[in-house]
Design a protein around this ligand. Sequence first.
Ligand code: NI
Length: 176
Amino acid sequence: MIHAILRMGDPRLLVPSRAVERFGTPELAALLADMRDTMRAHDGAGLAAPQIGVPLRVVIFGMEANPRYPDAPPVPYTELVNPVLTPLADDEEDGWEGCLSVPGFRGVVPRFTRLRYEGFDPAGRRIAREVDDFHARVVQHECDHLDGILYPMRIRDMRKFGFAEVLFPELAGADE
Ligand code: NI
């Protein structure tokens, strides 16, 4: 089922989510199916459960060719429960981000360039990966949602925050 996505200003986006305690349940499978349907319906690169009003530590992400991010390399579709992120270097890199909860905008956000993420799939099998660049950026963005953080809160130079269609007129039509 495709859900409405909460937008910035909704206090539910600012609340830290709680850990999933039981894996392999029909409820968790249904949540993931709804998240997947909702992300795809909006051409998103990722989605966190609190964005559809479910305060659990569950994120999904993945991208083959996405009109919203035409230059980004592919990221395998991943369902990640109770994630833990560990930066593998102090290096940060600025990059443009958007968010389905902040429709119509883009901003430049600093993120760690390389990190390890661990967690579980919905069946409770362990996931552990070391990733960099865009894959690392997407994971950091989605996991921030689990702590009530939206990307505009991380923008250091507010001159690099604006309407997508003004910043990137060549992408007009690649709507949120
Ligand atoms: Ni987001």
